[in-house]
Design a protein around this ligand. Structure first.
Ligand SMILES: Nc1nc(=O)c2c([nH]1)NC[C@@H]1CN(c3ccc(C(=O)N[C@@H](CCC(=O)O)C(=O)O)cc3)CN21
Ligand SMILES: CC(C)C(=O)C(=O)O
Ligand SMILES: [Mg+2]
Length: 270
């Protein structure tokens, strides 16, 4: 079984680290049999699974329930769970309670967004034996401050701040950091500035690994697709087609057929 210290080994070996999000046991069961290194129970589940328009609506209970489901489906994968909006901003006791719930649900590590004011908390979580992943750049929990899901780190001062933030997170004990939607050259500079692996989303190839929302890579949403996500399938179309074929078969009485049900008579004769 892969584990958190493997992240450093993969980086040292020059092996790009692969991570996808997952929210449910059925998908987790499929992922458990793939080569993916790690699974993230992202607070994106508030949007992707629960239909909210931002991740502000995620709660600790929500992430913990999805983490428990994913752990039941994927017993062999390294699981990271997102600390949701404000759960790490209401004092250390409240934050540690959230960490406790996510770890007891089956996570191997927690991820938290931004650095400002978080360094001591990161140190405390790490000193408590819980690995922490940082998250810099487009941190979706700050969508109201950003005014939308907009690329970050474009100015040279913002790029400099990202390098400093990444160094601070490394110093505080983070085992890895997610870089989301920042320019590729900035992601490269951040990656060169720290010894912990960087996991990129929407910031190019010069990072230590990649993460994508599993629904995006499967093409589960016909309407919404972030520009940076590659569709490896078109599941929204394939699922709609399968359900329409099922409905047509029911209408034409082609389903159910012999063998798809049991009659009492057949049982007695058999
Ligand atoms: N399905 C899904 N995939 C994700 O990657 C994702 C979520 N949901 N929810 C939480 C956050 C939000 N994310 C997003 C959402 C939209 C854009 C987006 O459309 N960005 C535009 C505008 C860029 C700009 O204005 O600078 C883009 O073209 O990338 C980016 C990241 C990433 N995360
Ligand atoms: C996109 C990844 C990094 C994330 O934080 C999430 O899915 O919530
Ligand atoms: Mg998240």
């Amino acid at each position: 079984m892969k584990n958190i210290p493997d992240f450093q080994k993969w980086k040292a070996a020059g092996k790009p680290i692969t991570m996808v999000t997952c929210y449910d046991a059925a998908t987790a069961k499929i992922l458990n049999a793939t080569s993916v290194d790690s699974i993230l129970i992202g607070d994106s589940c508030a949007m992707v699974v629960h239909g909210f328009d931002s991740t502000v609506h995620a709660t600790v209970e929500m992430i913990a329930a999805h983490t428990a489901a994913v752990r039941r489906g994927a017993p062999d994968k390294v699981i990271v769970a997102d600390l949701p909006f404000l759960s790490n901003r209401k004092g250390i006791d409240h934050a540690m309670d959230a960490v406790d719930q996510l770890m007891k649900a089956g996570a191997n590590a927690v991820k938290l967004e931004r650095r400002k004011g978080n360094v001591q908390l990161v140190e405390h979580i790490v000193d408590s034996g819980v690995p922490v992943m940082g998250h810099l750049g487009l941190t979706p929990q700050s969508v109201n401050e950003f005014g939308g899901f907009k690329m970050q780190g474009k100015s040279s001062s913002a790029a400099k701040a990202l390098v400093e933030d990444a160094r601070m997170l490394e110093q505080a004990g983070c085992f890895s950091v997610v870089l989301e939607c920042i320019p590729g050259d900035v992601a490269e500079e951040v990656t060169r500035s720290v010894s912990i692996p960087t996991i990129g989303i929407g910031c190019g190839p010069e990072v230590s690994g990649q993460v994508l929302v599993v629904n995006d890579l499967l093409g589960m949403d016909a309407q919404f697709q972030p520009r940076f996500a590659r569709k490896y399938d078109n599941l929204s179309e394939r699922i709609a087609s399968a359900v329409d074929r099922y409905c047509a078969d029911v209408q034409s009485a082609a389903f159910p057929a012999t063998g798809e049900y049991t009659s009492r008579l057949a049982k007695l004769e058999g």
